[in-house]
Design a protein around this ligand. Structure first.
Ligand code: CTP
Length: 410
C-alpha cells in the first residue's frame, strides 16, 4: 500500500548517507540495465525493526553478473568477486564492508568454452528458499517502485507478532544450521517460536537431522551465537532443547547461568567460551574439542585453560603460582579467577604481584659482577618471589638481598 511504502521510505531516509547513496546507485544501475532489483533478507528485517544493519543483500531479476559489473562503474573503490557456481557476486570496499548480489537468472557454463546455460526463476522462488518468514521479505529499489515491500509469506505480520516461523516444513532438513539460527533470532529479538516451528525443531533434533551438518558449519553457527549480546539465553535453549546433547553425544555441564549476566556483555568471545565450559570436567572439555573446529586462538586458550586448571589443583608456592599465571593468557586467568575453587588463590597472587616494584634487572646484576647466563634469570626469579612473599618492600631492601645472593654465589 501507499502508506506502507511511505513508512519504508521514511525508514530509508533515516539510514546513514553512504548507505542511502548506495541504494540510489543500485536504483540507477537497475534503470540503465532494465532489470528489477530488490533489497532482501536480514537488512529488510532489521530496517522494519528500526535496527538497520551493515550487510546489504540484493536480488536481481535478470543477469546478476551483468548488473554487478554495471554497478561497479559507480563504485570506483569497490572490488568485484563473482561466484559463478553459486550465481552470486560480492563487491567489497576498503573499509571492510561489502554488498552481496544474487540473481534469479544466472549464466553458468557446463564446461569451459560451452555456451552459457541460463537458468530462470523468479523472486518468489528465491524468497521461498529462505529460512524464516521474517527473513523472506524484499524491498523493490526500481525508480517507479522504490520502497515497495514484497512480502509473499507474511513476514511483516510475523515481525509485528514477534514470531519466528520457518517458511516450509523442510526448512531444517534442507539446512540444519537453521535450527541454530532459529534460536539465535528468537533470543536476539526476544520473539517466540510459532507452534509448528517449535514442533519441527523438536522433531528435527529427535530424528538426528544434525548429523548432516559438518563440524565446521556447526562451529561457525555456535560462534555466531557466542557473539550475540544475549548468548546466555541462547545457550540455555541449546541445552534445554536437547540440541547440544544430540550434537555432542552427551549432556555436558555447560554454564550459561550467571549470577551477574550483565558483566558478560563486556567479555570477549574467548572469555565467554571459557566461562561456558568452566563447570565441565577435563574429560568433557576434551570431548567437546573433538566435536568442534575452533580457530587457533580459541583452541589454544581452551587448552591453556585446561592445563592451568589442572596445575591449580595441586598445592603451589606463591612463586610457582605467579610464574604459572604469568605465562597463561590473560583471559584464561580471568576465567579461572571466577571459579570458586581458585578465586582466593588467584586474586591473592595477583594482588601480591601488584605490590612488586622491582628495579633490579639483568643489566644491574651484570654490573654487580654476575656472569651472563642462566644465573641472572634465577636471581631475578628469587627477587621477584621475595617481593611476592613480602620479604622485600623497598628498593633498598631489594638491593641488599640481591647483593647477599651475588656474594654467596662467588
Ligand atoms: N538464509 C537462509 N538460510 C540460511 C542462511 C541464510 O535462508 N541458513 C537467508 C535468509 O533470508 C537471510 C539471508 O539469507 O536473511 C542472509 O543471511 P545472513 O547474512 O546469514 O543472515 P541475516 O539474516 O543477515 O542475519 P544476521 O543479522 O545475523 O547477519
Amino acid at each position: 500500500s501507499a502508506a506502507m511504502r511511505q513508512d519504508i521510505l521514511d525508514l530509508i531516509n533515516l539510514l546513514p548517507e553512504d548507505v542511502r547513496k548506495l541504494l540510489e546507485a543500485v536504483r540507477d544501475t537497475a534503470g540503465e540495465e532494465g532489470c528489477s532489483v530488490y533489497l532482501v533478507g536480514g537488512f529488510v528485517r532489521d530496517l522494519l525493526l528500526s535496527v538497520p544493519t551493515q550487510d546489504l543483500d540484493f536480488v536481481v531479476e535478470g543477469s546478476g553478473g551483468q548488473f554487478a559489473q554495471a554497478l561497479m562503474r559507480r563504485m570506483p573503490d569497490g572490488k568485484l568477486t563473482q561466484h559463478f557456481k553459486f550465481g552470486t557476486a560480492q563487491i567489497s570496499f576498503p573499509d571492510g564492508s561489502h554488498l552481496d548480489i544474487a540473481s534469479t537468472r544466472w549464466e553458468h557454463y557446463s564446461f569451459p568454452g560451452a555456451l552459457p546455460q541460463v537458468e530462470e526463476s523468479c523472486l518468489r522462488d528465491d524468497l521461498f528458499r529462505r529460512d524464516f518468514t521474517i527473513n523472506s521479505m524484499a524491498i523493490c529499489l526500481n525508480t517507479e517502485r522504490y520502497g515497495e515491500l514484497v512480502d509473499y509469506y507474511g513476514g511483516k505480520q510475523d515481525l509485528q507478532q514477534r514470531k519466528i516461523r520457518f517458511l516450509h516444513n523442510l526448512s531444517f532438513i534442507d539446512d540444519p544450521t537453521r535450527m541454530l539460527r532459529a534460536i539465535r533470532f528468537k533470543e536476539r529479538y526476544q520473539f517466540d517460536f510459532a507452534k509448528e516451528t517449535l514442533d519441527a525443531l523438536h522433531t528435527a533434533i529427535e530424528t538426528g537431522v544434525l548429523s548432516k551438518l559438518s563440524v565446521e558449519r556447526f562451529t561457525e553457527e555456535i560462534l555466531l551465537i557466542f557473539k550475540e549480546a544475549n548468548y546466555l539465553a541462547m545457550g540455555q535453549i541449546l541445552v534445554k532443547s536437547g540440541l547440544f546433547k544430540a550434537w555432542f553425544g552427551e549432556e555436558l555441564a555447560w554454564n550459561f547461568d550467571l549470577d551477574n549476566a550483565e558483566e558478560s556483555l563486556d567479555w570477549s568471545l574467548n572469555m565467554r567460551w571459557l566461562i561456558s565450559v568452566s563447570q565441565m570436567e577435563s574429560a568433557g572439555i576434551e570431548q567437546l574439542l573433538e566435536r568442534v573446529s575452533l580457530n587457533k586462538s580459541l583452541r589454544d586458550d581452551t587448552i591453556a585453560y585446561l592445563n592451568l586448571r589442572e596445575s591449580l589443583m595441586k598445592p603451589l608456592t606463591l612463586g610457582e603460582m605467579d610464574r604459572l599465571l604469568n605465562k597463561s593468557p590473560k583471559e584464561v586467568v580471568m576465567a579461572l579467577a571466577r571459579d570458586e575453587r581458585f578465586k582466593k588463590q588467584i586474586t591473592g597472587c595477583l594482588e601480591a604481584a601488584q605490590r612488586i616494584n622491582m628495579s633490579l634487572d639483568g643489566k644491574a646484576l651484570i654490573e654487580m659482577g654476575v656472569k651472563q647466563g642462566p644465573e641472572i634469570g634465577e636471581i631475578l626469579d628469587w627477587v621477584r618471589t621475595a617481593w611476592l612473599e613480602g620479604k622485600i618492600s623497598s628498593s633498598e631492601e631489594e638491593q641488599g638481598i640481591a647483593r647477599q645472593w651475588v656474594n654467596s654465589l662467588r
